[in-house]
Design a protein around this ligand. Structure first.
Ligand code: AMP
Length: 596
């Protein structure tokens, strides 16, 4: 991708989308050929293609893999071996995905020009939005962006999240002024590693500019809601700062302080009174429209696991602000954009842009619910895969990606459904992440990890002659931060009759923390560092509750023969049933250990 393509703005950007999607098949083939030409000498491709650069050899010989298969190569590179193990370009950084493998975050290779590709996709967003919401160049955007602490690999490569990488890149830092991307947050407040100070300053800045703000947002809906709850806890301090013209002394980061100084150094008691009046209202229903009266929409990912936050967003905006989900991306590769940004969250589809990487698709059974059972380690035959332009309307697929940075036929883990086509490029609805049962923020807990954690924790019951006989879970996001809830049915002395014997609260709390300690790195980070997930809760239910649950599911058409206790419950009725049988609730007494 040459630097010139970064320049696409306005009409030009829209034309480029038309051009790329009109010949999606051709663009995809060219991308694959280019990847094979540039990377044919890598150890990885040589092993399978023996030096060939032929697309047909690629399709025949290169296996479809999970992260586990590429992990040893990535480990070798992070330990100092040459990037040419997997790519023809120097690997410049390692991107830590929120997906995990063996409890550790997956590490994705990234090369310098990947930043051009990501910037290219970001630059499409405003021209698309501008078609539907005019006048966005006449005000500001309050977008809350955060960086995460960054690490270094043994050989000194930066290891960080893809968003941290982007915000710290010159592509972001040295972007030219753009009236369509005039954000309220001073850059220095985004770069602050302390998320509380960053949040404080960004929100305060958004409030100071409240009459110019035309759109609100964060990358994920969960982060935006976290900002609202932060506001609930801090608005009095904001009023104070605005009234006195002095930033709270708890903001100690010098860059934050100096970048905020021009915004608040003149005392503004009338603004402080306005904020005070609005935030003191007995109900915060619709508060966003009060605080930011000119806001036209909220931008955040509200698809996939983030859909659980739609009701809360609608509450705070009183249903008056459209929820806009603009793009679909990952640490492996940025995939595509939503060409109809005002569509209802349930109807959001992403058009995959054929120049971002080489995309293939594993066809899944036509029934969506069957998809989540596909085993991570299930081998996928090469001839099963279909190309981007071969997918069929209405069908479900798992996305597989090949990149310049050295991922070949890598299963991303996302399940998508084809909803239509834009020219020749298919559009996909995000259905789910394969295997994920619980997710609050960027955590993604799969059934296997949940089961392993419970298996460790339940051993703590043994000395008390108590036995865990059944469990299930759900992600409770009714309050912020959301938290994992486990329902446990326990019997004593192997007999349900003796079930009144009390278990010490301490033991149950220890079970909570034992589960958390066993959950993966990202979960523990969300809990201990980001504070975006609250303490895990165990609700002990009456004996027989899980039988009642089974009866309920069977009454809904489930098969007795095939019934397995679902390890995660989404049905409100089923949750109600369990909740009506709860004997006692216990919470984790402390944060799980997390070491960056
Ligand atoms: P990460 O690897 O941590 O960057 O996370 C990437 C994953 O986030 C993707 O593979 C999806 O599962 C999820 N994701 C990204 N964008 C969206 C979106 N617009 N809707 C739903 N899920 C998304």
């Amino acid at each position: 991708m040459d630097g010139k393509k970064l320049e696409y703005k306005g009409e030009e950007a829209l034309k480029e989308i038309e051009r790329l999607t009109a010949k999606a098949g051709r663009v995809q083939l060219d991308i694959l050929k280019e990847i094979l030409t540039r990377n044919s000498k890598t150890e990885y491709l040589s092993k399978y293609m023996k030096g060939s650069k032929d697309v047909s050899d690629f399709k025949l010989c290169v296996p479809v893999i999970n992260y586990k298969a590429i992990q040893p190569y990535i480990k070798r590179i992070t330990n100092g071996e040459d990037s040419s193990l997997i790519t023809g370009h120097p690997i410049t950084e390692i991107l830590c995905s929120s997906g995990t493998s063996g409890r550790e975050p997956k590490m994705m290779p990234s090369i310098a020009e990947d930043l051009d590709r990501r910037t290219f996709l970001y630059n499409l967003i405003m021209p698309i939005m501008n078609q539907y919401v005019p006048g966005l160049d006449e005000g500001k955007a309050m977008f809350l962006y955060f960086v995460k602490a960054e690490m270094s690999t043994p050989c000194g490569l930066p290891a960080r999240t893809v968003l941290t990488s982007y915000y710290k890149s010159s592509h972001f830092k040295c972007r030219s002024p753009d009236p369509f991307n005039n954000c309220t947050s001073p850059d220095q407040t985004i770069f602050c590693n302390d998320s509380n100070q960053s949040m404080y300053c960004q929100l305060l800045s958004g409030i100071v500019h409240r009459h110019q703000v035309l759109r609100l947002g964060a990358v994920f809906a969960s982060a935006f809601l976290r900002a609202i709850s932060f506001l609930e806890r801090n608005w009095i301090n904001f009023c104070n700062d605005i009234r006195t013209g002095q930033l709270d002394p708890l903001i100690t980061d010098p860059e934050c302080r100096s970048s905020m100084a021009p915004l608040i150094s003149v005392p503004n008691p009338s603004l402080a009174d306005e904020i005070n009046e609005i935030c003191s209202l007995p109900s915060w229903k619709g508060i966003l429209c009060q605080l930011w009266p000119k806001a036209k929409y909220i931008e955040a990912v509200v698809t996939g696991s983030m859909a659980q936050y739609i009701p809360a967003l609608e509450y705070y905006s009183d249903g008056k602000l459209p929820l806009v989900c603009t793009m679909y991306a990952s640490s492996e590769c940025y995939f595509g954009v939503n060409l109809k940004p005002l569509s209802d969250p349930a109807d959001v589809s992403f058009t995959l842009l054929p120049n971002m990487g080489y995309f293939e698709f594993i066809p899944l059974r036509e029934n969506g619910t069957r998809l989540m059972n596909i085993d991570d380690d299930e081998e996928v035959r090469n001839d099963k895969l279909v190309d981007l332009v071969q997918v069929s309307l209405g069908c479900y697929y798992e996305l597989v990606v090949t990149t310049f940075a050295g991922l070949y036929r890598h299963r991303v883990g996302d399940v998508l459904q084809v909803t239509g086509f834009h020219n020749k490029a298919p559009q996909f609805r995000f259905i789910c992440r394969r295997n994920v049962v619980l997710s609050i923020d960027t955590d993604k807990t799969n059934e296997e990890d949940l089961h392993k954690s419970v298996s460790v924790a339940k051993k703590l019951l043994k000395p008390f002659n108590a036995l865990l006989v059944e469990y299930t879970s759900y992600a409770d996001t009714s309050r912020l931060p959301g938290h994992y809830v486990m329902y446990w049915e326990i019997i004593y002395h192997g007999s349900m009759l003796d079930s009144t014997a009390p278990l010490d609260d301490k033991v149950m709390q220890e079970c909570c923390i034992a589960i958390e300690e066993e959950l993966d790195y990202i979960y523990r980070r969300c809990r201990a560092y980001d504070k975006s997930v609250g303490p895990l809760e165990i609700r002990v239910v009456e004996p027989g509750s899980f039988d009642a649950l089974m009866d309920y599911f069977i009454s809904q058409g489930g098969s007795i023969n095939q019934y397995k206790t679902p390890r995660c419950i989404k049905s409100n009725k089923a949750l109600k049933l369990l909740d009506s049988n709860v004997k006692a609730c216990f919470f984790s007494p402390r944060d799980p250990k997390w070491i960056p």
